[in-house]
Design a protein around this ligand. Structure first.
Ligand code: 2P0
Length: 325
């Protein structure tokens, strides 16, 4: 009998960034990170394990993927096959729900959805915490996408205790305006970029020290529902991460001229009394953390520089869940 499951996982934006691995095989991070799961951006994944299948296959947005992409999925599914002690191959079908033209497809939602679907299909019954350790080995940021709201990925001491912990459901007045700056292929992947930074940037040890402080401070701000403090810590932490890259050899940066335009727009809004704070990941897109009730005002200001299709407002999202096919 084929074993099938269908699961949705949302992507997440790190407010305290994961940047650097201490173990590249097990995806163990150098520092703990903290994110907000996003409602608007998610991946739906169907997995069917079947004795009759000769090999794994992977379809993304309806298109059969090539050997390299399929191999990544196979390696990830091996973790679940090992746990279940089965050799059954699988057919994986994923749809990325990302607003068109945004170029925001994410390995976080992809591996969290696949982890959730493989767990259910094989009847492994992994609890969310343990499941997050499996998701982690697909992509670090996927660790956090198991849960909704604000989520901490505790760096842990080993593979078994480097997992995600829900911090708060973010059910307050919080949103993000995503400024999708461009969709060009990255010159430096996040995986290569973080490795180069760890190995060569003299700023890196300072980043690790400072991230330790930031995670404590942001959790205190969340507990106090102090939006301003949350935003200040988020913006500063993201800037520090990008600073480490300028110190790498050879140096690199994900920023584009339009990234600066978005940042300056947010800073100008702040001068007018609208609390909003920026963060950026391994790409030129800018995410503006704001009060959801002020997101439309912020979008209006950004519309002076960006077209409507490049601006996405989202509220906090939920954790992974099963879908009915
Ligand atoms: C994050 N990023 O915390 C950080 C901030 C980018 C900047 O996680 O190598 O795709 O698969 O573990 O998770 C992007 O890196 O890297 C990332 P791998 P991942 O969201």
């Amino acid at each position: 009998m084929p074993k099938k499951a269908y699961v949705r996982a949302h992507t997440n934006i790190a407010l305290i960034k994961y940047w650097g691995k201490r173990d590249e095989t097990d995806f163990l991070p150098m520092n703990s990170s903290l994110s907000m799961t996003l409602d608007k951006l998610y991946t739906d994944t169907m997995v069917v394990f079947d004795e009759a299948l000769p090999k794994d296959s992977f379809y993304l947005n309806g298109e059969k993927q090539g050997e390299k992409e399929t191999q990544k999925i196979s390696n990830f599914l091996d973790l679940f096959r090992e746990e279940k002690n089965t050799a059954m191959r699988a057919r994986v079908e994923s749809i990325n729900h990302v607003p068109t033209a945004a170029g925001l497809a994410s390995s976080a939602s992809a591996f969290a959805a696949l982890a959730g679907a493989a767990n259910l299909a094989l009847g492994l019954d992994l609890d969310p915490q343990r499941l997050s350790t499996f998701a982690r080995r697909g992509s670090g940021s996927a660790t956090r996408s198991i849960y909704g709201g604000f989520v901490e990925w505790d760096m842990g001491t080993c593979s078994d205790d480097s997992f995600a912990v829900p911090v708060d459901d973010a059910g307050w007045d919080i949103g993000i305006v995503i400024v999708a700056v461009n969709q060009k292929a990255k010159e430096v992947s996040s995986r290569i970029g973080m490795k180069r930074t760890v190995e060569t940037s003299p700023f890196y040890p300072a980043w690790v020290e400072s991230a330790k402080r930031d995670i404590l401070d942001i959790k205190a701000a969340i507990a106090a529902k102090d939006f301003i403090r949350l935003g200040e810590i988020t913006e500063a932490n993201g800037m520090k991460m990008h600073g480490t890259m300028l110190g790498a050899e050879p140096p690199f940066s994900y920023w584009e001229p339009d990234s600066i335009v978005a940042i300056k727009t947010a800073q100008a809004l702040r001068k007018q009394g609208i609390a909003c704070y920026v963060t950026m990941d391994a790409g030129p897109n800018v995410k503006v953390l704001c009060r959801l009730s002020q997101a439309e005002t912020i979008k209006e200001a950004l519309l002076e520089h960006f077209t409507e299709d490049k601006l996405i407002i989202t509220k906090p999202g939920k954790g992974i869940r099963e879908l009915t096919a």
